[in-house]
Design a protein around this ligand. Sequence first.
Ligand SMILES: *Cc1c(COP(=O)(O)O)cnc(C)c1O
Length: 438
Amino acid sequence: MNKPALRRHDRSEMLHARACLHMPGGVNSPVRAFGAVGGTPPFIVSGRGNAIIDADGNTYCDYVGSWGPLILGHAHPRVVEAVVKAAGSGLSFGACHAAEIELAEAIRARMPHLELLRLVNSGTEAAMSAIRLARAATGRDKIVKFAGCYHGHADSFLVQAGSGALTFGTPSSPGVPLAVAADTLLARYNDLDSVSACFAGNTDSIACVIVEPVAGNMGVMPPRPGFLAGLRQLCDRHGALLVFDEVITGFRVHPGGAAALYGIAPDLTVLGKIIGGGLPVGAFGGRAELMRELAPLGPVYQAGTLSGNPLACAAGIATLRVLEEENPYERIDRLAVRLESGLRNAIRAAGQAGTVNRVGSMLTLFFGPEEVRSLIDAVRADTARFARWHGAMLKAGHYLPPAQFEAMFVSAAHTESDIDATIEAAGHVLNALSGDAT
Ligand SMILES: *Cc1c(COP(=O)(O)O)cnc(C)c1O
């Protein structure tokens, strides 16, 4: 064993400083910079099961799980073995190979509404390609998205709500052309009237409605009963396609994803995260007649040098196979329920205001509001308090997402005693927060 570093974060701090010389903010994805919570992000040297270890030798119980892919935990032996074996036979062919078929079959076995699918390299790419297809198939340009839902960083999705912005989107990032943003209409999650208003104001010009069937990127927010069914009806009535972004929820909230959990079949589905088992993979798929519009069968262009990469396919296949064999869903959901109620009790016992939202094994603790059913509720959350909570939990060895509007993930590698240790730490941290708040 290495000697503990002089200070607990010396090495991470040095690495962060070095990273900042070469990469904007020292990161390759913004949330990793800990901007929302402050402090230096720990540099991770290894992960195994539920635990990650940083460069200073600190061990954390991980509830981020690489933002969702690691439903089996870190370095699951079967997944690692599959990747190593595949690597020995070549890293990429840019040509057809059988593992692509196996991954497609594994996905379709659980999600039969993906009559045909295509593999890509990220969720962003999958969502971007799905709306190109939706636009081509309907001959319409506009899309409806929900404020607070995230579908990757393609231009069409980087559009934010403003009051009365139900008909015209405005970009939420410089660099997104106004003309592109104007084709993205914004609606309010869990508010069918706001979707009806989009259709009413844009007759025959909306290609699709894209939604996270369980919102995960404004903190976890379950769909209200009837919301997804209502979207299905509205799309059918107006000749638009319904696109489920199941990048988080696919193989997470149910073996068949949110579509199976809620019994609603979308026209197109966007996948990522779990289907790559920790390697870069995305996929989109849906009704065969739509998917046949894609090149080489149809005119809609979409391609990828590394798409269907053999290592990524191997990791995805192994992950889906272990999920199939071990069917850990009931157990991890039970652990998540335990964590949810433990955190709720801890909040109450500490005299704090807040709530916990949970669907399956994804959950978010919101500070402030007693109920979070919409983006409006979510943005009332006390992010300063969240930042202090995050820092204290990290110090106590519990690695939570470094931003209020994200999901914690429970994996098959967590145990009851992990959950109980996290609840106990949360109790101490929340009590301490109450102390210095008054
Ligand atoms: C993570 C995520 C994406 C983007 O996937 P990347 O692989 O990060 O490009 C898209 N949609 C949802 C719902 C996500 O959570």
